[in-house]
Design a protein around this ligand. Structure first.
Ligand SMILES: [Zn+2]
Length: 220
C-alpha cells in the first residue's frame, strides 16, 4: 500500500499472530525495513508484486533482532538482498543475547548480516537516511530517519499511544526514555511504527509524544 512517493507499507492487521509492519522505500535501489516472520511474509510478497513488480529489495534493514521483525530477511538475503543491522545489536546477540533469550524460551536465529551499521548517514542509490542508535527495547535497536519525507522508521521504539516493551532480554527502561526524547526532537511528518497504526502529521506526532510522556515516563 502506497503512503507517499516511493514509500510503501505492508501493515500487519491480523489478530491471530504477532508480526510487524513492513515498509519499502521504492525507486531504483529499493530498501525494505523489517520484513517480519518468515511464515507470515506472503502478504508482503503479494504487496510487492503489485507495488514493485515483485522485485526483491537491494537492502533489507532490520531495526532489531526479534524474530517478528527479522526472520523473513534470511530468504531475501539468499535471493540477493543485502542484510543490514546495527553493529551494537549483533554484538549483543553474539555476546549474551542469544543465550539469555534461549534461557527464556525465546529462540533467536543464527545469521550473518552483510552490513553492520553505526550511527550516521546511510546512502542507498539516490536515497539518504540517518541511522540512529535507539536502545531500550533491545540494546542495538535502530531507527532510520528519511529526511526526504521527514519519516522515522521506528521499529519497536514508539507506537500510537505506546512504547516498546523493555521486559525482554537486554531491555532498558531508562535507555528507552532517552531514545524517545531523542527522536521526539526530530522534524517528523511520519512515524512508521513496527506495530499498529502509523502516525502521520507533525501535530498528531507531537501529541503522541506528549501522551507517551504522561503515560509512560514515570514507569521507565
Ligand atoms: Zn521487538
Amino acid at each position: 500500500m502506497k503512503l507517499a512517493d516511493d514509500l510503501y507499507v505492508y501493515p500487519w492487521t491480523q489478530a491471530t499472530a504477532n508480526n510487524c509492519n513492513t515498509f519499502l522505500v521504492g525507486g531504483p535501489a529499493p530498501v525494505m525495513i523489517d520484513p517480519g516472520h518468515a511464515r507470515l511474509y506472503k502478504h508482503v510478497e503479494l504487496g510487492l508484486a503489485s507495488d514493485h513488480q515483485g522485485e526483491i529489495p537491494k537492502l533489507v534493514v532490520i531495526t532489531h533482532c526479534h524474530p517478528d521483525h527479522l526472520e523473513a530477511a534470511f530468504a531475501l538475503q539468499k535471493a540477493g538482498a543485502r542484510l543490514a543491522m546495527l553493529a551494537a545489536e549483533m554484538e549483543y546477540l553474539e555476546g549474551e543475547g542469544r543465550r539469555l533469550a534461549a534461557s527464556l524460551g525465546m529462540s533467536l536465529p543464527e545469521f550473518q548480516p552483510d552490513i553492520l551499521l553505526g550511527e550516521g548517514e546511510l546512502v542507498v542509490g539516490p536515497e539518504s537516511f540517518q541511522v540512529l542508535h535507539t536502545p531500550g527495547h533491545s540494546p542495538g535497536h535502530l531507527c532510520l530517519y528519511w529526511p526526504r519525507h521527514k519519516a522515522l522508521f521506528a521499529g519497536d521504539l514508539v507506537f500510537a499511544q505506546g512504547v516498546g516493551r523493555v521486559d525482554f532480554p537486554g531491555g532498558d527502561g531508562a535507555a528507552l526514555k532517552q531514545s524517545l526524547q531523542r527522536v521526539a526532537k526530530l522534524d517528523l511528518e511520519w512515524v512508521l511504527t513496527g506495530h499498529g497504526p502509523v502516525l502521520k502529521g507533525k501535530a498528531s506526532i507531537q501529541r503522541n509524544f506528549q501522551i507517551i510522556e504522561q503515560l509512560y515516563f514515570g514507569m521507565l
